[in-house]
Design a protein around this ligand. Structure first.
Ligand SMILES: N[C@@H](CCC(=O)N[C@@H](CS)C(=O)NCC(=O)O)C(=O)O
Length: 221
């Protein structure tokens, strides 16, 4: 059975989890503590420490660069979901870069501002240290103070997606492609704390979010 090694609130893990649900396959989630990557290190034979990592029998799959989509493409070819059609390749890579930098960059800070509620107490030290080493001392409190500004930025950055789904059911097509799952993962991370909702003025995006969060491949076969 496929196993997904994840941190439950990680945006990049949510993308792959949702793709697995969409595929309708049985899979097992293995949650690891954010600060302890020893399982990932072991599974990847000391080549990787990020999440997610996918284990499919003897195959262990993980990303090779910040913009690779190795796991997504592996699952797509295994389950024939049509997430990466050749004629959409360039367009999708431009869109996922925007999603994984601009959208993710605001969403995770807004969610992390509530880390005390989301992250188990025993992991607080590792979590704070990890964030502060990357983003500077006091970054978590700063993100809480910057909440309004970050929310305003996120809302503006989401406008193109509202426009895209006003004219079709999914971002770039009549059926879901990889970028739909990618945006879903970043938004679920933003929404994880339960303190936010999608901007109410984006009625089409709210509908799309409901759709992409519930459909399975069967509806498209
Ligand atoms: N490009 C990678 C990014 C994965 C990633 O950034 N994972 C984060 C968690 S959301 C991570 O494990 N970072 C390394 C660390 O926390 O030490 C992907 O698409 O999977």
């Amino acid at each position: 059975m496929i196993e997904l090694v994840q941190v439950p609130y990680s945006p990049f893990c949510i993308v792959q989890r949702r793709i697995l649900e969409f595929a309708g396959t049985k899979f097992k989630l293995i949650n690891i503590p954010n600060p302890d990557r020893s399982l990932v290190w072991k599974l990847t034979r000391r080549r990787y420490y990020e999440v997610p990592v996918l284990k499919d029998g003897r195959n262990v799959i993980f990303e090779t660069s910040p913009d690779s989509q190795v796991i997504g493409k592996y699952l797509d070819s295994k389950f024939g979901m049509g997430l990466f059609p050749a004629d959409m390749e360039g367009v999708q890579s431009i869109i996922w870069r925007y999603i994984e930098s601009e959208i993710e960059g605001r969403g995770f800070k807004l969610n992390d501002a509530y880390y005390e509620e989301n992250v188990p107490r025993g992991e607080h030290l590792g979590f704070i240290r990890h964030k502060e080493r990357k983003f500077g001392r006091g970054c978590l409190a700063r993100w809480r103070e910057q909440q309004e500004q970050l929310l305003a930025e996120l809302t503006e950055l989401l406008l193109p997606f509202e426009e895209m789904v006003t004219h079709r059911p999914f971002l770039i097509d009549q059926r879901p492609r990889f970028v739909d799952f990618d945006l879903f993962g970043m938004l679920e991370n933003f929404l994880y704390s339960g303190h936010y909702s999608l901007p109410s003025r984006y009625a089409q995006l709210i509908e799309w979010h409901r759709r992409i969060g519930s459909i399975t491949i069967q509806s498209f076969q």
